[in-house]
Design a binder for this molecule. Structure first.
Ligand code: MEV
Length: 422
């Protein structure tokens, strides 16, 4: 594998695929052993990660290929239970290659911690008092994490909002914390708790909730790409896809599914790199409704050549240090495969994959429908489930698709029939 583009990659054996990826990404024999073993997370580590551990749970780890991001070829590890996601992602990336692939950027790594102040006698005057003491607030917070500060992170700013709620007015203090390459939940929560007594002193109120916000809108990633009309089926396909996008942009019922398709590309990488999938989901969907109505996380346009231009913009609170990313050996090997050195780079790759999956889903929906592609993969799953292997499995898949009967009982029937014939 010289680049991330490889024709017929899916036809290789699992071992050959791993060898190709290892060659591409400079992975060692040890990395390969970690990636190929479902047991790379040993029971002792697992037992220390969460509570009441009784075992471990394996899922398939695949790679999305064909990606060029900011001029660099990337092979992207993805953990998913859903067939067709990786194929769709790789296919959309392949179709974006002729126009240079994906361009990405991000706004940095600033997370928000919220402190809820109750029973503040003069909320608006307190807002002023808090802002006057900004330097002292920042000093108290930063004292809690000298290492973060040493490397250039820490609290950068303080914001105050007066909220009118059904429980009366509240003063909400936001700490804007640059968490560098950490996801940052622990750092910002510690700071929020540490500074609360001082905020009580300034305002005369009581600090209640002290916790980060998953609406990480100061940690935004963006990706964009151009798909030439001739590479995706012509001008009619472009127009149909734009109409599919217009539907998602206008209707929350459709936007929910459209964004689910985006998350098909996002969550598997978040998972593969040991990051917090729920934080990313919650950030994505709250960002999608930031203007009061839930809408698409992507935008789609036609450029002056009639080519399709897609953009994605969303919060991306992922880290490279701490948490499962550091503990889980497979997550570490996946980070190595990506060749990323910063959380921002990781986030941008994730955004590109989200855009790619969205493109693939819209194209399928706007043309042949989603079921055709899904069916053979689903048939493969069913053949697998009934225990078929090798040639018998391939025959079952072909037969089920040809008969348009992709059901478990039919897979079982064909398995028995073809096994006897072997
Ligand atoms: C299925 O996992 C994802 C899609 O429903 C996304 C979409 O409708 O855009 C195909």
């Amino acid at each position: 594998m010289k680049t991330s583009s490889y024709s017929g990659f899916f036809k290789l054996s699992v071992e050959d695929r791993l060898n190709e990826v290892a060659e591409f990404a400079g992975l060692t024999e040890e990395d390969k052993a970690v990636l190929s073993s479902a047991d790379s997370l040993d029971m002792d580590k697992a037992d220390h990660m969460i509570e009441n551990v009784i075992g471990r749970f394996a899922l398939p780890l695949g790679v999305a290929i064909n990606f060029v991001i900011n001029g660099k070829d990337v092979v992207i590890p993805m953990v998913s239970e859903e067939p067709s996601v990786i194929a769709a992602c790789s296919n959309a990336a392949k179709m974006a290659r002729p126009s240079g692939g994906f361009i990405t950027d991000s706004t940095g790594n600033v997370m928000i911690a919220q402190i809820q102040m109750l029973n503040v006698p003069t909320p608006f005057a307190s807002k002023g008092k808090i802002l006057e003491k900004k330097d002292e607030i920042i000093r108290i917070c930063n004292e809690k994490d000298p290492v973060l500060v040493k490397f250039g992170g820490g609290v950068k700013d303080v914001e105050v909002r007066v909220l009118d709620t059904i429980a009366g007015p509240m003063v909400i203090v936001h700490l804007l914390v640059d968490t560098l390459d950490a996801m940052g939940a622990n750092a910002v929560n510690t700071m929020a708790e540490a500074v609360s007594p001082y905020l009580e002193e300034i305002t005369g109120g009581t600090a209640e909730l002290r916790i980060l916000s998953n609406l990480a809108d100061r940690r935004i990633v963006r990706a964009r790409a151009v798909w030439k009309k001739e590479d995706i089926g012509g001008p009619e396909v472009v127009d149909k896809m734009l109409s599919a996008y217009a539907f998602a942009a206008a209707d929350p019922y459709r936007a929910a599914t459209h964004n689910k398709g985006i998350m098909n590309g996002i969550i598997p990488i978040v998972m593969a790199t040991g990051n917090d999938t729920r934080a990313i989901e919650s950030g994505a969907h709250s960002y999608a409704s930031r203007n009061g109505r839930y809408t698409s996380l992507t935008t789609w346009e036609k450029d002056e050549n009639g080519d399709l231009v897609g953009c994605i913009e969303m919060p991306m609170a992922v880290g490279l240090v701490g948490g499962a990313t550091k503990i889980h050996p497979t997550a570490q090997a996946c980070v190595k495969m990506l060749g990323v050195k910063t959380a921002a780079e990781l986030g941008q790759i994730i955004a590109a994959a989200g855009l790619a999956n969205n493109m693939a889903a819209m194209k399928a929906l706007a043309t042949e429908g989603i079921q055709r592609g899904h069916m053979s993969l689903h048939a493969r799953n069913l053949a697998n489930t009934v225990g078929a292997k090798g040639e018998v499995l391939e025959r079952i898949v072909k037969q089920m698709v040809a008969d348009k009967k992709v059901r478990l009982e039919y897979a079982q029937e064909l398995f028995e029939k073809f096994s006897q014939e072997q």
